[in-house]
Ligand binder design. Structure first.
Ligand code: TYM
Length: 334
């Protein structure tokens, strides 16, 4: 509890082009619930180097992502928006938590298995212990709530297990965090393969809507979305392509699946896809416009980067010092 409010932590990787899945599954909810919490939103650049990155490109993407957080509606005066690599507590706590995590637990992580298969030439130890760094991110700020998409649930479960394990040995040190999963949009699927998650790393660009796609591209990708021959807009597991489009439409408009079924009752897939495309454009266009304006304001973004890193370091140090003392590190002499 900070300043009488519960604490929220979340983060996003600055790798690849952000997709509509990142926005509807995470960023949109961050903005929605931000006022109710003391918030920390990190650009998790340390996570990004578990996969090889071009340094200049990573730096650029990290800055773009930080700017995008603000463009989406997070006021940096009220929300602590910062780079993970600027706060050394993340790495320090991760090391300690590594010593409380079992190999078997990390071996079970599906994201590790997927990424190891994709990057078979670079299965590094960082990729393996990635979930421990994520746990450190969250526990460092004593977060009560962590808004994420469904794909991060397994990592969050591990975070909770580590918090409980540590508390059982040393007393009440960590807050055990709860996930926050939005009502709609928590798992947006590829437009080309509705059995697969929409992902930044998809080789087929038509499978994903990118946050910076222009309106024509968005409409074209929606029109091309894989559906079925049932010819009925119905929210059903037997129609995964249509179900995914309904999810997207709901997340963009705030409507329920039943309302969407009623709205498009008797209409063809062409009309429905057009409606989905327009709903996406109306959500992304303001975001893109804000982003374009903010990107021009270099001094302002620099100021946010500096001030918020200091704020994040201040809060994170409180937990870190406590944990270091608990595990038996010698006290600093001032
Ligand atoms: P990342 O960068 O892959 O994704 C950022 C957020 O977007 C959500 N997301 C989706 N939601 C719905 N549908 C999709 N298709 C979709 N794709 C991505 C993710 O669930 C996530 O919330 N490990 C994390 C980053 C991280 C983090 C943390 C998150 C590091 N430390 C601490 C929360 C708390 C990741 O790689 O997310």
């Amino acid at each position: 509890m900070l300043d009488g409010k519960k604490t929220l932590f979340s983060g996003m990787q600055a790798t690849g082009n952000l997709t509509l899945g990142n926005y509807l599954g995470a960023l949109k909810n961050w903005v929605k619930i931000a006022d109710d919490y003391q918030t920390f939103y990190s650009v998790v650049d340390m996570h990004s180097i578990t996969v090889r990155q071009d340094p200049a490109e990573l730096r650029k993407r990290a800055r773009n992502l930080l700017t995008l957080y603000i463009a989406a509606g997070l006021d940096p005066e009220k929300n602590c928006i910062y780079y993970q690599s600027h706060v050394s507590g993340h790495a320090e706590l991760a090391w300690i938590l590594n010593c409380f995590t079992y190999m078997g637990e990390l071996n079970r992580m599906t994201q590790f298995k997927d990424k190891a298969a994709k990057h078979a030439d670079n299965i590094n130890a960082g990729l393996f212990t990635y979930p421990v760094l994520m746990a450190a991110d969250i526990l460092l700020f004593q977060a009560d709530v962590v808004p994420v998409g469904i794909d991060q649930m397994q990592h969050l479960e591990l975070t909770r297990d580590l918090a409980v394990r540590f508390n059982n040995v040393y007393g009440d040190v960590f807050t055990v965090p709860e996930p926050y999963i939005g009502k709609s949009g928590a798992k947006i699927m590829s437009l080309q393969d509705p059995m697969k998650k929409m992902s930044k790393s998809d080789e087929n660009p038509n499978g994903s809507i990118y946050l910076m796609d222009d309106p024509d591209t968005i409409i074209r990708k929606c029109k091309r979305a894989v559906t079925d021959s049932v010819a009925c807009v119905r929210y059903s597991d037997e129609q995964p392509g249509i179900k995914n489009l309904i999810d997207i439409y709901c997340a963009c408009t705030g409507k329920t699946p039943a309302e969407v079924e009623a709205e498009f009752d008797g209409k063809g897939y062409g009309d429905f896809k057009m409606g989905v495309g327009e709903a996406i454009v109306s959500v992304l266009k303001p975001l893109q416009d804000n982003y374009a304006d903010l990107s021009k304001n270099k001094d302002y973004i620099d100021k946010v980067i500096k001030e918020n890193a200091e704020k994040a370091a201040y809060f994170s140090n409180k937990t870190l010092r406590k944990v270091q003392k608990k595990v038996g590190f010698p006290e600093r002499i001032r």
